[in-house]
Design a protein around this ligand. Structure first.
Ligand SMILES: Cc1ncc(COP(=O)(O)O)c(C=O)c1O
Length: 363
């Protein structure tokens, strides 16, 4: 079975982990610090906090921004559910906006009608590794005095107009889950150009310990969202060949775009100025059901699955807010119901790539 993705871990990566294990220093330490510095330089002029996963990142970002009960945060209706869950976790209300069906990102023409005096932030997703409409979101945030937060969980390495995702908002979040291009098993990175903001994130990551206060200096009721040092060593080792990983994904995506030809589906589009990091290759089925396509591909030895949730249609949100998601968020509903993610990872060989293309053309 060809999986949807496969972590790309080499002997060098494994050695980097075992080296740390042999030291006996397993919790957050010098490798976490080294990873934070490396990512800060990679993104350019960014400060970084490594944490335990990509949901913890956003939980901390919202907390440090003071977002709480009574506040509203705008989120896309189609994303991984964590994007909305973190808003609920701080007691605020996620305000869903439908997506654009060509980019799978928030539909910027539908944001302003959702803004109220309670709106504090836009938590925008770069879905599947394609940057959202950065300039439009920045303009709306400036006009309405909102904080622009990037959920860049899927978009490490993606770019818009030559700048990397994670550098556009007040702060941004990356996930290092194994579905992503580089992984620590579980892990996440908060990045920001604002050093003081990142210092506050560090306090919340570690039980509220303020490193500049005295020994009673637990100045916040913080979390334990730390990353272990061997996880940081694993990520750092993969990061050193990150461009090679991105290039390999890019080449496969290019081949898919050129050679998948089937009138029962629509391929993803990448507009001028965008560098897609291809965390996932997501197609929309329009002449065959998702269930049937998944079953046919399974028969051919190829794993495939839906791409992300129509979040307002998931039980918690449907029950709490009484949404009729199919009517309110038709594009998100369509993407959830008819979207399909197919395998794309650097270790795919030519035979496998051709088999995937052939099998999808046969759907
Ligand atoms: C858009 C988006 N946001 C948030 C997350 C949550 O990241 P994690 O699984 O590392 O908590 C994911 C994970 O897939 C995601 O795709």
């Amino acid at each position: 079975m060809i999986p949807i993705t496969k972590p790309y871990i080499t002997e060098t990566d494994i050695a980097a982990v075992t080296d740390v294990l042999k030291t006996g220093m397993l919790v957050q330490g010098e490798n976490v610090l080294a990873l934070e510095q490396y990512v800060g330089e990679y993104l350019g002029n960014s400060h970084v906090v490594a944490v335990s996963n990509g949901t913890a990142t956003m939980h901390i970002m919202l907390k440090v921004n003071g977002i709480s009960a009574g506040d509203e945060v705008i989120v896309p209706a189609f994303s991984y559910i964590a994007t909305a869950n973190v808003v609920e976790l701080v007691g605020a209300t996620p305000i869903f906006v439908d997506i654009n069906l060509e980019t799978f990102n928030i539909d910027i023409s539908k944001i302003e009608e959702k803004i109220t005096p309670k709106t504090k932030a836009i938590l925008s997703v770069h879905e599947f590794g394609l940057a959202a409409n950065i300039e439009a979101i920045q303009a709306i945030c400036t006009k309405h005095n909102l904080v622009f937060l990037e959920d860049a969980a899927c978009a490490l390495g993606a770019e818009y107009n030559g700048s990397k995702t994670g550098t556009f908002g007040q702060s941004a979040s990356f996930s290092l889950h194994p579905r992503k291009a580089i992984t620590s098993g579980e892990g996440g990175l908060i990045v920001s150009g604002d050093k003081a903001f990142i210092e506050k994130c560090k306090i919340l990551r570690n039980h509220g310990v303020n490193p500049v206060a005295g020994h009673t200096g637990f100045t916040e009721a913080g979390f334990n969202y730390r990353m272990t040092d061997f996880q940081a060593a694993l990520v750092l080792s993969q990061f050193k060949r990150f461009q090679e990983i991105l290039d390999a994904k890019q080449a496969i995506a290019k081949q898919f775009l050129a050679e998948i030809k089937n009138s029962k589906l629509t391929l993803p589009k990448v507009e001028e100025g965008y560098y897609h990091s291809w965390q996932s290759f997501h197609i929309i089925l329009n002449g065959i059901s998702q269930v049937e396509a998944i079953a046919k591909l399974k028969e051919a030895g190829i794993a495939a699955n839906y791409g992300a949730q129509c979040i307002p249609h998931m039980d918690f949100y449907k029950n709490k807010y009484n949404f009729n998601a199919a009517e309110l968020f038709p594009n998100a509903f369509n993407a959830w119901q008819n979207g399909l993610v197919i395998p794309l990872y650097p270790q795919l060989n030519n035979n496998e790539i051709e088999h995937i293309i052939h099998s999808i053309n046969q759907l």
